[in-house]
Design a protein around this ligand. Structure first.
Ligand code: NAD
Length: 303
């Protein structure tokens, strides 16, 4: 099947915008870059990120040169966003700036173009306040370094149209990202909340004299962090017990919780949705996990 292609515009091409823009180009999207900085600087930044991808063998030198031809650089907002399927806004984290640029974008694009914000902390409901077409505005929060980390969290506001959320997930999926849905507007969305919880526990451990800074980082890198990278958190725990969440409480002499069945069903769904390469049965997942651990340890010269 022919791969679907889209026109994407980046408004603000700094650390985050440049990384995502390279992903878009590498996946054949027509890509427009708009910034108020000197465009030569932006071009150099894009080439730098593309070189990292070539060095990482994520793309060949020849394909990278072809991909760079798909990109347009402009200081003219209209030229950047007219006819775009989606605009990824990567401006500094200032609500009024983002809102005023959205107003200018929507004057040009009308309601069909999605405006996705990279914001880490501003809620989509706030971003859409006063907008002409609030239903087209949502958050698509990436993770740094955005050119390599596949995650992108999609969060809609009170007025975001469901169809726009689905389309945004499809567009980001097509440029090699892994979109997930954050269904409520909560501080830190999904991922920073997890990260903050881990950070707080790590700082507390050092502060309370449990261990050194080096040991808490080693604990994460060579323990739970390794497992989380391959099977997340809930799937990881479920793999530790024959029968998964349905057997967990009994094995550890605890009372089952009303949520255990919900986690068990979720894990089943997650396993079934994995690609055959990553294992889509419990045995397959374990086999893939062991292979991945061995590969990571070899790279770290620990195996
Ligand atoms: P950055 O400062 O590196 O880039 C911002 C870019 O916007 C710059 O190139 C700047 O010239 C441009 N800009 C400023 N005003 C403009 C205007 N009026 N019109 C057009 N361009 C303008 O910032 P960043 O780190 O890339 O962050 C961008 C967004 O991504 C923020 O909302 C931030 O919260 C979010 N984010 C950042 C990270 C991170 O780790 N850096 C991670 C996830 C999300």
């Amino acid at each position: 099947m022919e791969k679907k292609t889209y026109k994407i515009a980046f408004v603000g091409v700094g650390m985050i915008g440049a990384g995502l823009a390279v992903n878009a180009m590498m996946n054949g999207y027509e890509t427009m870059l708009y910034d108020i900085r000197d465009l030569e600087q932006i071009k150099k930044q894009i080439e730098k990120v593309m070189n990292i991808m070539v060095k990482a063998e994520a793309i060949s030198k020849e394909d990278a040169e072809e991909a760079l031809k798909l990109v347009g650089y402009t200081s003219n907002l209209e030229e950047a966003v007219a006819g775009a399927d989606i605009v990824e806004e990567c401006l500094p984290e200032r609500l009024e700036l983002k809102q005023s640029v959205y107003a200018s974008i929507q004057e040009i694009t009308g309601p069909d173009t999605i405006i996705a914000s990279s914001t880490s902390a501003l809620f989509p409901t706030k971003l859409q306040e006063g907008a002409k077409y609030p239903g087209s505005i949502l958050v698509a929060h990436p993770y740094n370094p955005s050119y390599l980390i596949p995650l992108i969290e999609i969060c809609g506001g009170e007025q975001t149209e469901e169809a726009k959320i689905e389309r945004a997930m499809e567009i980001f999926g097509g440029m090699g990202k892994v979109p997930i849905r954050c269904r409520k507007e909560v501080e830190g969305f999904l991922v920073n909340r997890l990260s903050w919880a881990c950070m707080a526990a790590a700082q507390e451990a050092v502060k309370d004299g449990l261990c050194s800074v080096e040991d808490i980082d080693k604990a994460i890198m060579f323990g739970p962090g390794m497992r989380m990278a391959v099977t997340g958190q809930l799937l990881t725990i479920s793999l530790g017990v024959d029968g998964g969440f349905r057997a967990l409480a009994e094995k550890y002499g605890k009372e089952p919780t009303p949520e255990d069945e919900m986690y068990a069903c979720g894990v089943e769904e997650e396993i079934a949705n994995r690609s055959p390469e990553m294992g889509n049965t419990v045995e397959g997942v374990c086999e893939f996990r062991d292979h991945m651990f061995a590969e990571i340890l070899k790279l770290q010269k620990l195996l």
